[in-house]
Design a protein around this ligand. Structure first.
Ligand SMILES: Cc1ncc(COP(=O)(O)O)c(C=O)c1O
Length: 241
């Protein structure tokens, strides 16, 4: 945040935009939106938020990061994607009318691409209704139970769990070889958990990227925890690092 403030203070740009993920897709942690909005206020900037992993998941109604922080601001350009929690494809932009007008006139992929087909739009309306419904709330409660259980019960001897409060829960193994070996062993046990390696993540922080779904049960999570503990021993004995 200090570095960001230094940069934005020094910027001579007429239009300043801070760009951030809401939920960081490789660590699962959440951007400090209140602090970022304060910086935007102080330095007359816009805040562009990509809430791909928060929309449908965060907030009581699933409206995403802005609902979670209870923030509204004319400075926000909010992007939600529809291929994740909403289960279809495409994305949407929310911002003040002049910005949206500008986007309609100047956004070349928007002007020159085929519009969303009616069937997808209809499926999306159904998704939005589910996200806001009791069923949606139940799904988010289930996700939060999985997250809490994982954070409380997953203990490694050497590998590192990240303090994430979202369904993205990485396990840092360090070396690429260990991450690949662990992903392979998990796959043989019926788990599809990808090994994420540099340059997608910083050097030396290769990881297993675990993603919970509301369809997972606590029983299944308990089994995963046991499997991971066993695999950690196996990979360490194999000295693959
Ligand atoms: C943070 C973030 N934004 C945007 C996207 C792209 O979403 P889509 O594939 O729906 O265009 C992704 C995809 O994983 C993402 O992680």
């Amino acid at each position: 945040m200090n570095h960001l403030e230094e940069l934005i203070r020094a910027s001579k740009s007429k239009v300043k935009i801070i760009v951030t993920d809401a939920v960081f897709s490789m660590d699962g942690d959440i951007a400090n939106i209140p602090h970022l909005i304060n910086l935007c206020e102080a330095y007359d900037a816009y805040l562009y938020i990509d809430d791909a992993h928060g929309f449908g998941v965060l907030g009581e109604l699933g409206h995403g990061i802005l609902e979670q922080f209870d923030i509204r601001s004319e400075r926000i350009i909010y992007i939600g994607t529809l291929g994740k929690a909403a289960g279809v494809s495409g994305a949407f932009v929310c911002a003040q009318a002049p910005f949206i007008d500008w986007l309609i006139q100047k956004g070349r992929p928007y002007i020159y691409s085929t519009a969303t087909p009616p069937a997808i739009a209809h499926a999306l309306l159904k998704s939005l209704a589910i996200i806001e419904s009791e069923e949606g709330k139940t799904r988010r409660r289930q996700l939060n139970q999985l997250i809490t259980h994982w954070q409380n019960e997953m203990h490694f001897s050497d590998w590192e769990k990240v303090a994430s409060c979202t369904p993205i829960q990485p396990v840092i193994l360090g070396s690429n070889a260990n991450a690949l070996a662990a992903a392979k062993l998990l796959n043989e046990m019926g788990y599809w958990i990808p090994a994420i390696r540099p340059p997608t993540v910083p050097a030396g922080s290769a990881r297993l990227r675990i993603t919970f779904s509301a369809n997972h049960s606590i029983e299944e999570l308990k089994n995963l925890i046991q499997a991971l503990q066993k695999i950690e021993q196996q990979v360490q004995v194999g000295k693959l690092a």
